[in-house]
Write a protein that binds this ligand. Structure first.
Ligand code: HEM
Length: 236
C-alpha cells in the first residue's frame, strides 16, 4: 500500500517549520503553509468514515432483507466492485497531487489503499466461506481452472504484499526496495480489470468492465506519459 511517509518529506518541503532563531515575521510566514494544511485531519476522518459505507450498506440490506434472491452473489459482487473503486481512487491520488499541486493529497493514499485491501479481503472471504465452504481442494481446483479466478487471486496475493509492507516501519526497513515493490499496484490494477472483464464476458455484459478499464487505462497511461517525459528530460 502506498505510504505517505516518503511524500510527507515532500510535504515538509512545501510546509517548512519555523526555524529556531528566525525573525518573527519570517517564522510566521514559514508557519502559514502548515496552517493551510489544517483541513487534512478532518478530511481524513471524513474519508475514514465514508469508506465504511459499502460495508454498512451490505449490513443494512442484510438486516432489512434486501440482499435479493442470491445474497452471496450480492455480497461477492458488491465487495468486488468496491475493491476496484478503492484501487482506482488510490491510483488517482498521485495524478491529482501533480495536477492540482496539492501535496497533502498523498496523505490519504495509504488509508485508501488499505480500504482496497479490506474490501478485497471481504470479497475473498465471502468466496472462501459461503461459496466454497473452506473446501481447499475445490478452491485450488477453481483457481487453476477458471482464468478469472486465477487473475483475481493473483491480484489479491499482490495486495497482501502491499498491505503487509505499508506500515512506516516497513517503509524505513525496505528503503528503496519499498518503492519498487509498491509499483506492483499497477499490475494489481491491470489484473483486477482482467478479472472483472473475464467474469462479465461470460455473461455478455461488458459495459462496466469497459468503463473501469478506461479509467484504469487513463490512470496507468498518465503515469507512463510522465515517466517517459521525465526520462526524456534526464537524457537531454
Ligand atoms: C484485487 C482483487 C480483486 C478485485 C479487484 C476483484 C473485483 C471483482 C469485481 C469487480 C467483480 C464483479 C462485480 C460485479 O459483478 O459487479 C468480482 C466478482 C467476483 N470475484 Fe473478484 N476481485 C478480486 C479478487 C478475487 C478473488 C481473490 C477471488 C476468489 C479467489 C474472486 C472471486 C470473485 C467471484 C467468485 C466473483 C463473482 C462471480 C459471479 O458472481 O459470477 N475475486 N470481483
Amino acid at each position: 500500500m502506498a505510504s505517505d511517509s516518503q511524500p510527507a518529506a515532500r510535504i515538509g518541503r512545501h510546509a517548512p517549520r519555523a526555524q529556531a532563531g528566525a525573525t518573527a515575521p519570517a517564522s510566521a510566514a514559514a508557519r502559514r503553509p502548515a496552517a493551510g494544511l489544517r483541513w487534512v485531519v478532518p478530511a481524513k476522518i471524513a474519508v475514514f468514515i465514508a469508506a465504511w459505507y459499502p460495508l454498512a450498506r451490505i449490513v443494512l440490506f442484510g438486516l432489512t432483507d434486501r440482499l435479493g434472491a442470491n445474497p452471496i452473489e450480492f455480497i461477492t459482487r458488491s465487495t468486488g466492485l468496491w475493491t476496484l473503486v478503492f484501487l482506482c481512487i488510490t491510483l488517482a491520488v498521485t495524478p491529482l497531487r501533480r495536477i492540482t499541486g496539492i501535496a497533502a493529497f498523498v496523505r490519504f493514499r495509504r488509508m485508501l489503499g488499505l480500504y482496497a485491501f479490506f474490501y478485497a479481503t471481504l470479497h475473498f472471504a465471502t468466496y472462501l466461506w459461503f461459496d466454497k465452504w473452506f473446501n481447499v481442494e475445490d478452491i485450488v481446483q477453481d483457481i487453476g481452472k477458471r482464468p478469472f479466478i486465477t487473475v483475481g487471486f493473483a491480484a489479491f496475493v499482490l495486495l497482501i504484499a502491499l498491505a503487509v509492507t505499508s506500515p512506516r516501519a516497513m517503509v524505513r526497513k525496505l528503503g528503496r526496495r519499498w518503492q519498487s515493490l509498491h509499483r506492483v499496484i499497477y499490475a494489481i490494477g491491470a489484473l483486477a480489470i482482467l478479472h472483472f472483464w473475464w467474469m462479465k464476458a461470460g455473461k455478455h455484459d461488458l459495459l462496466l468492465p469497459k468503463i473501469y478499464g478506461a479509467i484504469m487505462l487513463a490512470l496507468l497511461g498518465w503515469r507512463l506519459v510522465v515517466w517517459l517525459r521525465e526520462r526524456g528530460l534526464k537524457s537531454r
